[in-house]
Design a protein around this ligand. Sequence first.
Ligand code: FES
Length: 103
Amino acid sequence: MNKIPVCSLGEISENETQVFDVDGKSVLVLQLGEKYFAVESICSHADVSLEDGDIDANDCTIECPKHGSLFSLENGEALTLPATKPLETWAVSTDGENVVIEV
Ligand code: FES
């Protein structure tokens, strides 16, 4: 398991999505309260960025802005159609001033 720095803590704001290129993967990072999430930034239904998707902080979901599929931020599961495939997710932690993901 490698820990790869994604960004500094100062680069992300609570409840706002940010997308970073990490080793050729497009990773969407989000902070909700004390928790950080990292999921694939492209919807599994079509080639659409989830960066502008609506966030539900209570349910920990993101909604695809194109067709409205809901995805779990915790495990990437596609919770509503039309998407059926999960998003890739990564474990996130902080290391000093950096947000890191485990790959
Ligand atoms: S592109 Fe995301 S649900 Fe269709």
